[in-house]
Design a protein around this ligand. Structure first.
Ligand code: ARG
Length: 466
């Protein structure tokens, strides 16, 4: 049996017409790059206008081209456009239909252009639009957190390190930590937009063109700040897609950490929050259960977003300048990461807005684990002038005593404390209660409700402009 025969037997079922069908299947991108139809048509109209204005094509041809392209746009939006895999991608599908609609003038559109700069401009326009969508979604999430923080600026909860109760903090402070994280994500989006705001159109295949085109005009018409300065880089750069995936992966990671906290907080063991019915599901067998599915999916989908970043980094790492068909693999990563991130942001904003906070459970837990031990040590330093190391030691003995008596630090009798260090006075109780501990942490960025309210004021003012 020849190799050829073996191959045909292997592939015959799926690819009835042999190697040509396989080539078509591996080569075609229309199944996913049709998403770029609006950007492709926009780019082509801008290009044709520039060609007419520079006298490269006639105004009459340009008008036919623009009319034909607008007809195609309407057909695609009405769902009557017939996409063909044989025509490979969105660019050739649109161009072939344009020829059907307007005849030979269609052939003039591709003057001084290549699919290499065409696809680069289409995807850039798409990613830029998506960045604006992500920025809006982030602002929505940040606003939701600001509202919860305001409501709970003084609600005490345990702060954790190593997932062990460490020191009491406020829930408002915890919310504001996420405001900081998502604000950094937002600033990453803004930075990325700034850098991707250059047009590759007019680089043609790679070397530029001998036609007297005006790249500044097309850049402006498409809403870019300016044209990219190097034609080779214009067609080969995919940094903008990588940056988008990078910021998406970092943002997804933040969302995932939050999801993990919500999952833990909503267990009956913690009971810090209760998710609304709209963001949880029941179990088909255990009637008592309410599962945080939306949060779990946010955590799970993070793997997908990060995977797309690693995927495209891996595609690009072996690419010599300039264009190679490998780069066609950029789109599915970007589209799926974008769709996933949009959904994650929407779900998380809903959860944060809707969840019920159980302040009593948080307060109860915040006193556990001798969480005000540091406050006792600090008091010994402040009131009695002990060196911190000695204060640490005295506090350790107080914790041991409380443990032995199975009571909280704030319940220890004064005599008990004085047996450990005779200088201790009743004033110490002012710092042992969690509420007081929290109130005392007034350092910049600290957890005192007064500080948290300052942070809220800062972000309320800045988020409007962010
Ligand atoms: N579908 C292609 C892509 O997405 C368009 C560019 C094709 N260019 C080429 N020289 N074959 O990358």
């Amino acid at each position: 049996m020849s190799d050829k025969k073996a191959s045909n037997q292997m592939w015959g079922g799926r690819f009835a017409s042999g190697p040509a069908a396989i080539m078509e299947a591996i080569n075609a991108s229309i199944s996913f790059d049709r998403k770029l139809y609006a950007q492709d048509i926009r780019g082509s109209i801008a290009h044709s206008e520039m060609l007419a204005q520079t006298g490269i094509i006639s105004t009459a041809d340009q008008e036919k081209i623009a009319h034909g392209l607008n007809t195609i746009l309407a057909e695609i939006e009405a769902g009557t456009f017939e996409f063909s895999t044989r025509l490979e991608d969105i660019h050739m599908n649109v161009e072939a239909r344009l020829a059907e609609l307007i005849g030979p003038a269609a052939g003039r559109l591709h003057t001084a252009r290549s699919r290499n700069d065409q696809v680069a401009v289409d995807l850039r326009l798409w990613v830029k639009d998506e960045c604006f969508r992500v920025a809006e979604a982030l602002k929505g999430l940040i606003t939701a957190f600001l509202e919860r923080a305001e409501e709970h600026a003084a609600t005490v909860m345990p702060g954790f390190t190593h997932m062990q109760a460490a020191q009491p903090v406020t829930f408002g402070h915890h919310c504001m930590a996420y405001v900081e994280m998502f604000s950094r994500d937002l600033s990453r989006v803004r930075d990325a937009i700034e850098r991707m705001d250059e047009s590759p159109l007019g680089a043609a295949a790679l070397a530029g063109t001998s036609f007297p085109i005006d790249r500044h005009q097309t850049a402006k018409a498409l809403g870019f700040r300016e044209p990219m300065r190097n034609s080779l880089d214009s067609v080969s750069d995919r940094d903008f897609a990588l940056e988008f995936l990078g910021l998406a992966a970092i943002c997804a990671t933040h969302l995932s950490r939050l999801a993990e906290e919500i999952i833990i907080w909503s267990t009956p063991q913690f009971g810090f929050v209760r998710l609304s019915d709209s963001f949880s599901t029941g179990s088909s067998i255990m009637p008592q259960k309410k599962n945080p599915d939306a949060a779990e999916l946010v955590r799970g989908k993070t793997g997908r977003v990060t995977g797309h970043l690693v995927g495209l980094l891996t595609v690009m790492k072996g690419m010599p300048l300039t264009y190679g068909k490998d780069m066609q693999e950029d789109k599915e990563s970007v589209f799926d990461a974008a769709e996933t991130l949009d959904l994650m942001l929407a779900a998380m904003t809903g959860m944060v807005r809707d969840m019920t906070v159980n302040a009593a459970a948080m307060k109860k837990a915040s006193g556990a684990g001798y969480s005000t031990a540091t406050d006792l040590a600090d008091w010994l330093v402040r009131a009695l002038g002990l060196p911190f190391r000695e204060a640490h030691h005295v506090t350790g003995r107080a914790v041991a005593l409380a443990e032995e008596k199975k009571i909280g630090l704030d319940r220890l009798p004064l005599e008990g404390l004085q047996s450990i260090h005779p200088g201790i006075t009743a004033d110490v109780f002012s710092v042992l209660a969690v509420q007081n501990s929290v109130k005392s942490r007034t350092s910049f960025g600290g957890t005192a409700p007064s500080e948290v309210r300052k942070q809220i004021r800062y972000w309320k003012k800045h988020i409007a402009k962010a």
